[in-house]
Design a protein around this ligand. Structure first.
Ligand code: ADP
Ligand code: MG
Length: 325
């Protein structure tokens, strides 16, 4: 059971006021009520489990909350949806103090505020390890959700930000490597920035396929190829990496960039005609966006991803990020 009584806990996490106009009833009854007449609701859930998705050594409670919500916002971004609401299911183990639990909620609250999201409900129970399950609800104009199945032959393949940073940060945290320039990577691991604002700027586009990079680009690119029934051709040299990544061993760099997870950038494909709009959207937000390849008709029965490292293209298999065993 809870050390802090359940009512004062719920009181402490409850927002004094809400920002979403569509919210009819927030925390305080058996369920929340929301009303949106002319929008499609987009919803997703993501769960993190202590020792599986994070270690206490690498993540403060604040980061655990922040990142759990960030990964969900990233899913909304990949759908082209405006983040609006979230619900939190918490399984708490005796090793976690009241203050630590509060910090988890503060981490979520700060990111939520930046995206004008309201915490509208959840559940709180006891268990043997900490688990945090976050459900998000976003809004999109009817019929305007962005699907990974929308890639077409001739498209430009692009990616936001830089890849591999999060795994570099995790590496530094796990190995206690003193690195004066390591904080960029550590921040990217602990407090990733989901690209929701960028995705919303793409609203005027007639078509764009989007997927967020939670498991690594080899995995996400294959998901696009697979569900769109096309082949993706990527140029390894064009994949954007932070300059500081170069001081790590080559094999690690390649693994982090292609199969590392949790960068929460977006990969997408768009027609060459609308590619300038994508670049403008990114420029408006001072976000980096880079063309890393193109889309072609599939050669086999299923869509596949090819990458050119040196010389010829080779198959890039769908291997993603492995969590702690
Ligand atoms: P019930 O017994 O009706 O499920 P609870 O006591 O579980 O109600 O919750 C009371 C209120 O507090 C509800 O509005 C619920 O959504 C909210 N709530 C409970 N736990 C959380 C949590 N971890 N995060 C956000 N809201 C929560
Ligand atoms: Mg309940």
């Amino acid at each position: 059971m809870f050390r802090m009584d359940e009512f004062s806990f719920i009181d402490s996490i409850r927002q004094p006021s809400y920002c979403q106009a569509g919210l009819v009833k927030g925390i305080g009854d058996d369920a929340a009520v929301i009303r949106h007449a002319y929008q499609d609701l987009v919803t997703a859930v993501d769960t993190v489990v202590e020792s599986v998705h994070f270690l206490r050594k690498t993540m403060d409670p604040y980061h655990i909350g922040y990142k759990a919500l960030a990964s969900n916002i990233s899913d909304l971004a990949a759908m082209g949806a405006q983040p609006a609401y979230y619900l939190v299911s918490l399984v708490r183990s005796p090793e976690w103090t009241d203050d630590e639990i509060q910090e988890i909620f503060i981490g979520m609250k700060e990111l939520a505020r930046a995206h004008q999201m309201d915490l509208i409900g959840g559940d709180t129970v006891s268990g043997s390890v900490l688990m945090l399950s976050v459900t998000v609800i976003g809004l999109v104009e009817p019929g305007k959700a962005r699907y990974r199945s929308d890639a077409r032959e001739g498209d430009v393949v692009f990616v936001t930000g830089t890849l591999g940073d999060s795994q570099a940060g995790l590496h530094l945290l796990l190995h206690d490597e003193a690195d004066p320039d390591g904080s960029v990577f550590i921040d990217r691991h602990q407090m990733p920035s989901p690209r929701a604002a960028f995705a919303l700027k793409l609203r005027p586009l007639s078509r764009v396929a989007l997927n967020d990079i939670s498991d690594g680009i080899s995995s996400e690119a294959n998901e696009i190829a697979d569900s769109s029934g096309v082949d993706l051709y990527l140029e390894e040299k064009q994949i954007p990496v932070h300059t500081g990544l170069q001081r790590f061993p080559r094999e690690l760099q390649e693994q982090w960039v292609l199969a590392g997870g949790e960068d929460y950038e977006l990969i997408g494909t768009v027609s060459p005609a609308e590619w300038p709009l994508v670049r403008q959207a990114a420029a408006d937000l001072q976000l980096k966006v880079t063309q890393i390849g193109h889309v072609a008709a599939k050669q086999q029965e299923q869509g596949a991803v090819y990458i050119r490292k040196q010389g010829a293209y080779e198959l890039l298999e769908k291997k993603g990020y492995n969590h702690f065993k």
